[in-house]
Design a protein around this ligand. Structure first.
Ligand SMILES: *Cc1c(COP(=O)(O)O)cnc(C)c1O
Length: 248
């Protein structure tokens, strides 16, 4: 496909996604302005991401430090924020901190500790989310739901890490009703965390919902949805390449 046709597709898709967000918010009695759209841009060329950014997209998510690095020549010049949403190996910490304003995938204490020590060295802070494995699938990253509050406490104890919410990849199923319990569980953990003063009510994001299940996520309280395929088209690699250890 040529660039012009690709751009037209991206713009049309972005428009559709905004309509889906508005419709889902209305149905849930929520304001669409309370839901941020994060574009999941793994495998997408920087030029195509720029098309979306020029059309008003301001929040991007990448899964691999290598891709952040490769696309930085262009994305680093745009008025966008980049979040890290993939599995983060501790040997990539120094690199990832060059590109992102938030790491949504903090899923273990060791990672929090090493992030904190690097951030102390650089004399700066970083927004983070705790990633929870709400589908109980072994192939997914994220802390076990029973351990989530404890990890939040640990992460909060590091002065350089500013916890802004929770993230999950729900159960992968075409049936929204099978996915809903994942999202509901994340919301319940968030509410407990607010009660226990581990999250402040005005910074207690729920990052959940993707191309196939964003409506369900919005109904369950998502404040950030992460959308890739529905804007940029099908990816060449299976998501397992990004979502589990085999992909590392
Ligand atoms: C790829 C990805 C998404 C987006 O998934 P789509 O189904 O393409 O919308 C969201 N979150 C994470 C962590 C991802 O890796």
């Amino acid at each position: 496909m040529d660039i012009a046709a690709q751009s037209a597709d991206i713009l049309a898709n972005l428009h559709l996604i905004r309509q889906r967000i508005a419709a889902a918010a209305a149905k849930a009695g929520r304001s669409a302005t309370d839901i941020q759209l994060l574009l999941a841009t793994k495998t997408v060329a920087a030029e195509n991401i720029k098309v979306a950014a020029d059309a008003g997209a301001t929040l991007l998510g990448e899964n691999k430090v290598q891709e952040l690095k490769e696309k930085d020549y262009l994305l680093g010049t745009l008025p966008v924020q980049r979040h890290f949403i993939g599995h983060l190996q501790t040997n990539k910490i120094k690199d990832v901190l060059k590109y992102v304003t938030c790491i949504q995938s903090v899923d273990r204490q060791e990672l929090a500790e090493k992030l904190d020590s690097r951030l102390q060295y650089e004399k700066r802070t970083m927004d983070v989310f705790v990633q929870v494995n709400t589908s109980f699938e072994e192939s997914k990253f994220g802390v076990h739901p029973d351990e989530a509050i404890r990890l939040l406490e640990q992460v909060k104890s590091y002065g350089t890490l500013q916890v802004k919410g929770l993230m999950t990849i729900g159960l992968f199923d075409a049936d929204p009703e099978k996915v809903r319990p994942s999202f509901r569980l994340l919301r319940e953990i968030r509410d407990t965390a607010i009660q226990q003063k581990l999250l402040s009510p005005d910074a207690a994001h729920l990052s959940m919902g993707m191309s196939g299940d964003l409506e369900t996520a919005i109904e369950e309280g998502a404040t950030i949805i992460r959308v890739g395929t529905a804007v940029f088209g099908k990816r060449q690699y299976p998501d397992s390449y990004y979502w589990n250890e085999q992909g590392q």
